[in-house]
Design a protein around this ligand. Structure first.
Ligand code: SAH
Length: 490
């Protein structure tokens, strides 16, 4: 198994610092199924190539649990005679993790300024097994900004009539940071191969999200990649939900594309499912003057502005930064006069009585209540249901029960990151049993229902509760929603 990574950005030997491997030395590590070696066949100021070679020991491999040995112990030569020693696959990905863990994690203590520097890179993979051939290689790498040169290898050079094998030779060229390039390979090599992973384990979701966190949520093939990478329904589903959450949090999204993007079917997004459910509830309530409380960066506002039954939209948030992003998203500046008048942004806190928040027909409160300190929850309730007090309130919040799917998988940390010089990859802290760092609490279905029942009793509203996202038979859906209707006119 062979992979070479070439930089042609001067001084090209900087590659050695980023990879933590000195250009004049050969470095070898034991990777369980064999040994991996890195060396530099070329290291000049103009051009520097690091080559990773993995020597697989098929016998050691066949004895590993989770190796290529078939379960049931049938006598077969397959464990001993297979393509694993030659073809770049999940094992090459493991070797990348072992040898370049620090670079993958973006650590470079000696020259930190190099970490974020994009280099002109070329990656060569002489033999890659690909289910789906060249088209799949392009679908995976081109959206990430790689120029892909790929050709199928013949089954046997001596017998051209036998046609192409399932192996291709791939060259990728592009300007990327080394970290990003390694992440792409780490995640996508096993996806190309689509064989059972050598190392699949409970922490695969974490690894996938850690290595794909910056680019995977917005990759057009994110679902395809996730499904192939995990190869298990349950794990893939959890990863999809967590990717959707990551999408929500990502600061790097191209905000101007969001409204248009939301129109296109994006199979991944829980965020989209939530927006659709809330929009439906707003429309069912008749629209009119709508206030989005805790509007964040304004994703829902952008959709509300484009909803015909909605006459006027106001976004409220305590965060100025979020409001600035919302303004950008709504492109307040180049909106038509009429639209500009119908969209307002207000900085304010939901735990204070604010006269500007009166007189609306509908209030939406999407993924906000869990950000309120528990001791301020009564005040929030009072402001929302007694002061703002619109005829309809649409409120969503996470269902904590769904988190068991997440927590279970955070238990044992994996091994693909270990074995590196200075132990990179430890970039995730301890387990956090809530979905976001800023959440003050998350409710189970029963807790949410109890709060909703209390509110309806105390404040003169009626409510219906429903779920958003894939419903799990045991834990219910990832998101819960309550639609409150004011019972008595005031
Ligand atoms: N509704 C948005 C954002 C959810 S994140 C969406 O679904 O995408 C929660 C938002 O609530 C953040 O933007 C945060 O700034 C805001 N927020 C938290 N506490 C608040 C408070 N007390 N008053 C106003 N906004 C608050």
């Amino acid at each position: 198994m062979l992979l070479s990574l070439t930089s042609t950005t001067t001084d090209a030997t900087d590659l050695g610092f980023v990879l933590h491997k000195h250009p004049e030395r050969v470095r070898s590590v034991d990777v369980g199924f064999g040994r991996a070696h890195v060396w530099y066949p070329e290291a000049t100021t103009e051009r520097c190539t690091a080559t990773l070679f993995v020597e697989v020991d098929p016998v050691a491999l066949s004895r590993k649990p989770g190796g290529t040995r078939k379960s049931g112990g049938a006598a077969t030569l397959e464990p001993y005679v297979n393509d694993r020693p030659y073809a770049a696959s999940s094992m090459l990905s493991v070797a990348l993790g072992r040898l370049f863990g620090s670079a993958l994690a973006g650590n470079c203590a000696s020259r930190p300024e190099l970490v974020d520097r994009a280099l002109t890179l070329e990656i060569e993979l002489p033999v890659v097994p690909v289910r789906g051939g060249e088209a799949v290689v392009r679908r995976l790498f081109e959206p990430l900004g790689w120029a892909v040169d790929c050709h199928a290898l013949p089954l046997d050079e001596a017998f051209p009539r036998w046609g192409a094998s399932r192996y291709v030779s791939v060259t990728l060229a592009g300007d990327h940071t080394v970290q990003r390039a390694l992440q792409h390979l780490f995640v996508l090599l096993p996806v190309l191969d689509d064989k059972k992973h050598y190392w699949i384990g409970d922490d695969e979701v974490d690894k996938l999200l850690r290595r794909g966190g910056d680019w995977l949520p917005t990759h057009p093939e994110a679902e395809f990649i996730t499904r192939r990478y995990l190869r298990f329904g349950g794990l893939a589903r959890e990863a999809l939900v967590r990717l959707a959450e990551a999408n929500e949090d990502s600061d790097e999204r191209d905000e101007s594309n969001d409204a248009a993007e939301a129109e296109v079917e994006r199979p991944l997004s829980l965020n989209d499912a939530r927006t659709e459910a809330v929009l439906t509830a707003v429309t069912d309530a008749g629209g009119g003057r709508v206030v989005d409380l805790g509007c964040g960066e304004g994703r829902l506002l952008a959709r509300l502005v484009a909803t015909p039954t909605v006459a006027e939209v106001t976004g409220v948030d305590v965060s100025v930064r979020a409001l600035e992003r919302a303004a950008k998203r709504l492109r307040v500046d180049d909106m038509s006069e009429r639209r500009r008048e119908s969209a307002n942004l207000i900085q304010g806190a939901l735990t204070y009585d604010d006269a500007r928040l009166r007189g609306f027909d509908v209030a939406t409160v999407v993924e906000v209540v869990e950000h309120i300190d528990l001791e301020r929850l009564d005040t929030f309730e009072q402001v929302l249901f007694e002061r703002v007090a619109p005829p309809t309130i649409v409120l969503t919040t996470p269902n904590r029960e769904y988190n068991v799917h997440f927590e279970r998988l955070r238990a044992d940390k994996g091994d693909a990151d270990k074995g590196d010089d200075d132990k990179g990859g430890a970039d995730r802290g301890g387990a956090h049993d809530l979905r976001h760092g800023d959440h003050r609490f998350e409710w189970t279905r029963a807790e949410f229902a109890a709060w909703v029942a209390g509110v309806t009793d105390r404040r003169g509203y009626r409510a219906t509760i429903s779920g958003i996202g894939p419903e799990d038979p045991d834990t219910g859906p990832p998101t819960q929603m309550a639609v409150f209707t004011r019972g008595v006119d005031r």
